[in-house]
Write a protein that binds this ligand. Structure first.
Ligand SMILES: [Zn+2]
Length: 456
């Protein structure tokens, strides 16, 4: 059989037969407590790398374990690299997931032993069941379904330090650039829109953090003697912050960009419940709620040094320090957004208070090319696998390694797919994976790999 007559029907039938073994593989993965942030689990991390290497070599890939050390001396965790037998002239696809997991936190808050998987209804529970054990199993399952009919070149890259923020990722990409270079990169470490509703993650906001120091006088003075004409530094900083917003609560700083429209409707009650917002407290901003989280900017005060209530006296504070976190619009360079914020601050400082901006840290966002053939093909595959239309979703936070892939391999089309859903509880207690979505995701990825042979 060649890939041209490998029908979706055939793949579905193969999946029905083999799916229980993939569930068992996921159960075995959960049993290895590969917590990358805890030194006492470093042998478990080695064991999980070895187990993953074995999984891919058992289905005919040449698999090995590699790690790198950065120029600054940061020693990387073990990653698995595996490649399929080379097909001359066929496109190359890089499949990414990670085998490390988050710590469990307080085990009392779990309703099961975190590293002993339990199936309850449609869901498999356990640490790493979804993030990102399911991501590994999607790649494994898709390759297994296609088996000898695999029509593309595949490189599998299963990282061991994603939950640490991928500290040696850049060095790894540089070191193995020739091997990792691909036409399409498939990442299975994001969300679906809902249980039973597939999605591609096509936008991520970027992030810029900075520290402001606001100063009004050389020293503290008595508020009774000077208060009135003289405004304290904390109030000046507060007035500055209020200048960031228009009356509807949109960030009004010029040059930050943003889009009011989203592909999906995020019900306000769900958003409020998830965030625990109190009754009567209104949501800020205008436009679709999902757009306000995914494709419009936000600014949050994440730290503030000022006189504590315990130490309060009748004194006008001469200076205050605060840290801002600005989420930037996908497709806008965070450094440019930072310049816009800086210009706003310098022209809107109340009463001419002095301000310095320091410790600027920026991380890029991500904007998929929605016209890219691989993106269209992926939506078709997801829609076919689930029999439910696939939508574009965003993530309000950033996934730094996605932009690192993009900057190292600017020619590659990146597809960010989901295994998680709103019930997953990744990074928290009672993490779980929908088994029906796992099955659909395996089929979808097999369809993508099958069809990419014709349309790189
Ligand atoms: Zn993850």
């Amino acid at each position: 059989m060649t890939h041209t007559d490998l029908t979706t029907h055939t793949l579905r039938a193969r999946l029905e037969e083999t799916f229980p073994t993939f569930v068992q593989t996921l159960i075995d993965l959960i049993a290895i407590p590969s917590v990358s942030s805890l030194p006492q689990h470093s042998q478990d991390l080695d064991r999980s790398a070895q187990y993953v290497q074995q999984l891919f070599s058992d289905i005919g890939l040449e698999a090995r374990i590699e790690s790198v050390t950065t120029p600054e001396g940061v020693v990387g965790k073990p990653a698995v690299l595996a490649r399929s037998p080379h097909i001359e002239g066929a496109p190359t696809v890089l499949l990414y997931a990670h085998h490390d997991v988050q710590p469990t936190g307080d085990p009392q808050r779990w309703s099961l032993e975190p590293f002993t998987a339990e199936v309850r209804g449609d869901r498999l529970y356990g640490r790493g069941s979804s993030d990102d054990g399911a991501g590994i199993v999607v790649h494994l399952g898709a390759l297994n379904l296609l088996a000898r009919d695999l029509p593309v070149n595949v490189i599998v890259f299963i990282e061991g330090e994603e939950e640490l923020g991928s500290p040696t990722f850049d060095t790894f990409l540089h070191t193995y650039a020739d091997e990792l270079r691909a036409d399409v990169i498939i990442v299975t470490d994001s969300d679906n829109w809902k249980v039973g509703e597939p999605a591609l993650t096509t936008t991520l906001r970027g992030n810029c953090c900075c520290t402001l120091e606001v100063t009004v006088s050389e020293h503290a003075v008595h508020s009774g003697m000077f208060g009135g004409p003289m405004v304290d530094a904390t109030t000046c900083a507060s007035l500055l912050i209020s200048s960031f917003y228009d009356e509807a609560g949109n960030v009004r700083i010029k040059g930050l960009g943003g889009s009011d429209k989203a592909d999906v409707d995020w019900p306000e009650e769900e958003f409020r419940a998830a965030a625990g917002i109190l009754e009567g407290v209104q949501l800020a901003g205008t436009g679709d709620l999902a757009a306000r989280v995914w494709t419009k900017p936000s600014i949050t005060v994440i730290g503030w040094d000022t006189t504590s209530v315990a130490e309060a006296s009748n004194t006008i504070a001469p200076k205050t320090r605060l840290r801002l976190s600005m989420r930037t619009v996908p497709g806008i360079e965070p450094e440019k957004a930072m310049e816009a914020l800086r210009a706003h601050i310098e022209t809107h400082m109340p009463f001419g208070a002095h301000v310095t901006i320091s410790d600027v840290e920026c991380g890029p966002g991500y904007q998929a090319d929605l016209e890219a053939p691989a993106v269209e093909l992926a939506h078709r595959a997801l829609t076919e696998a689930w029999s439910v239309p696939s939508v574009n979703i965003g993530v309000g936070g950033s996934i730094p390694f996605i932009s690192q892939f993009q900057s190292e391999f600017p020619e590659a089309q990146v597809l960010v797919m989901g295994v998680e859903d709103p019930l997953t509880n990744a990074h928290s207690e009672d993490e779980s994976q929908s088994l029906s979505d796992l099955k659909h995701a395996i089929l979808a990825e097999a369809l993508i790999l099958r069809d990419l042979a014709h349309k790189p």
